[in-house]
Ligand binder design. Sequence first.
Ligand code: ADP
Ligand code: AMP
Length: 215
Amino acid sequence: MRAILLGPPGAGKGTQAETIVKEFSVPHISTGDIFRKNIKEGTDLGKKAKEYMDQGKLVPDELTVELVKDRLQEDDCKNGFLLDGFPRTIYQADALEDALKSMDQKIDYVININVRKELLVERAVGRRICKDCSQTYHMSFNPPSKEGRCDSCGGQLQQRKDDTVDTVNNRINVYLEQTEPLIDYYTKKGVLVNVDGEKSIAEVGKDIVEKMRNK
Ligand code: ADP
Ligand code: AMP
């Protein structure tokens, strides 16, 4: 099962990835998580990516594409994967298609999570992430049982540096300009699965799994 999670920032891609990877036993590959790990570890890639991420801009295609191509060569991707936050440009989508073709593979599903723009800022600004295991929470919509602490590992919850009102608005605009065209791109390829992302976390997860199973 090879799939992509598509949707604007704050739509719930990372949240739903948890359900999908459990259901289909594939690795979750989030380019945002990979960049954040590199920033934390102070690598060259992290230093380069940070400049763009802090402003809500996309990290340049040449850095992003190579990273994903390498990741897809790893052993755990042999039977499938779930990409989250990649591709984000037509260039990235074409590069992914070429890379998969050379491995005799193709994308089976692109799950497009639809959420109105008005709700996205509130979702992103209220997001909190565990600094140790990256589990995601929301202050109002999905709070941890103990304030500021991760339910899974007890780690400290943090706000992402790019989850401020201004940066989220920039990210939404970047999405509309550069990523939204991918909806058409994958519709034409017959792999798009549309989901209403405004329902509860559990309901959205159920819809996604049902739609994937019935496609
Ligand atoms: P993305 O990966 O698309 O940027 P996330 O999965 O991190 O989005 O979700 C953004 C925020 O919205 C998180 O704080 C998450 O807990 C919350 N969230 C996700 N899905 C829902 C939902 N269906 N209803 C309410 N809040 C949600
Ligand atoms: P995310 O965790 O998906 O919200 O991504 C956070 C940030 O990482 C984005 O705002 C971009 O700066 C960067 N990023 C993540 N994935 C990509 C990608 N496919 N292409 C370019 N930049 C990306």
